[in-house]
Design a protein around this ligand. Structure first.
Ligand SMILES: [Zn+2]
Ligand SMILES: [Zn+2]
Length: 374
């Protein structure tokens, strides 16, 4: 093969022998027979650019319509978007090496940016350059998501409620956090349909309206995973979509357990002494404030054994320790009457302590664990 001469197939001029690697270049399948330089450059087109580019941009969130859907491009302004779209639309001839280019945007009017693009490169050892100007027309629209948000669209409601009480502010704050985090996580995976429509407090809890059933389910499952309790879902037929399919809205009713960690409760038909609740996930668990022993409700009682609430850890007041009587009893000053009183000595009681947190309730005076931050 190295002996053969090559000729330009168009004009018949002799052309230099090509190397084997060039002939096998998969990017140049039509190049088995090579044109001479002058025929080659006659047809050479450095940059392939459209006459103009139309871009649909959401004026609310900056998303750009591409193919058949809205995508977030993370652009700061319309010029950024125009540069991005031009970069996508321009094509450079595959033969050119060392391609460099720059764009000089010229704002023509509010919705038109003229993009002056300068290209340089090297092909067949010859430097080439080209300038193209592409007008980018911006159409300001509202994307599907922003349209839905503006229209208060929602597909699912999560109701945060609690048994025999209203949810605490911690529980409600956490529910809002979980809702926002769930949406943020889904957005991070490119899901544009995830949003919280509305968060509203009611007399008995919190209602969170969200854009999809999946989000509602995630929020409610996370809530009971953290706080215990149950969730029930119910579908309501709201409408039919354009194709005649029935559209359901799902309500997730989260019911948090009646007692929360930190509650001190008095169990019915039980004389082991009040219990400080430690967990309400699964069966209620805690410790006896009389002895410090562990308590766990039976499977049948679950997280709601029959009991009455006496108070919370936060309600504790300081009482002065008068004397340690024995392994089971301590004398402290009643914080209200300042009279010495003998109370049960739980195993968490520190015999060195001068004062201890106590709860005075209908069930009497009890020493609580000292859990204050120093
Ligand atoms: Zn030729
Ligand atoms: Zn939008």
């Amino acid at each position: 093969m190295s002996e053969s001469r090559a000729f330009c197939p168009r004009c018949g001029d002799a052309v230099p022998e090509r190397s084997a690697s060039d002939a096998n270049d998969p990017l140049r399948p039509g190049a088995e027979v090579e044109l001479c330089d002058s025929c080659y450059f006659e047809d050479f087109d450095f940059v392939d650019a459209p006459d103009r580019i139309d871009v649909r941009v959401c004026s609310r969130c900056g998303a750009v319509y591409r193919g058949n859907r809205w995508v977030d491009v993370g652009a700061e302004d319309y010029t950024d978007i125009a540069i991005e779209e031009v970069s996508q639309a321009l094509a450079v001839h595959v033969d050119v090496e060392d391609v460099a280019w720059q764009i000089d945007p010229e704002q023509v009017d509010q919705n038109t940016i003229r993009m002056h693009c300068y290209f340089t490169g090297v092909v067949r050892g010859t430097p080439v350059d080209e300038q193209v100007t592409v007008p980018v027309k911006i159409a300001r629209q509202t994307c599907t998501r922003c349209g839905r948000i503006a229209g208060d669209y929602y597909a699912s409601i999560v109701q945060i409620r609690a048994e025999d009480r209203t949810p605490t502010s911690d529980e409600m704050d956490r529910a809002k956090e979980i809702a926002n985090q769930t949406v943020a996580d889904m957005e991070a995976t490119g899901d544009r349909n995830a949003f919280v429509t509305e968060v509203g407090e009611t007399d008995d809890g919190l209602n969170i309206k969200v854009s999809t059933n999946k989000i509602g389910k995630k929020i409610s499952n996370k809530m009971i995973e953290e706080f215990g309790g149950t969730v029930n879902d119910a579908e309501t037929l709201v409408t039919e979509d354009e194709d005649g399919n029935e559209v359901y809205r799902v309500t997730f009713a989260v019911r948090l357990p009646p007692y929360t960690p930190g509650d001190i409760i008095d169990l019915a038909e039980d004389d082991g002494g009040p219990v400080l609740v430690r967990s309400a996930r699964g069966n209620l668990k805690g410790i006896r404030v009389t002895t410090g022993e562990r308590y766990e409700a039976s499977y049948e009682e679950g997280n709601s054994p029959e009991a009455r609430k006496l108070g919370e850890l936060e309600d504790a007041t300081e009482a002065t320790v008068v004397t340690v009587e024995d392994d089971n009893a301590v004398q402290v000053l009643d914080p209200e009457t300042f009279q010495a009183k003998t109370v049960a000595r739980p195993d968490y009681f520190d015999p060195e302590a001068e004062t201890v947190p106590v709860l005075k309730s209908r069930a009497g005076l009890h020493i609580l664990p000292d859990e204050r931050d120093d």
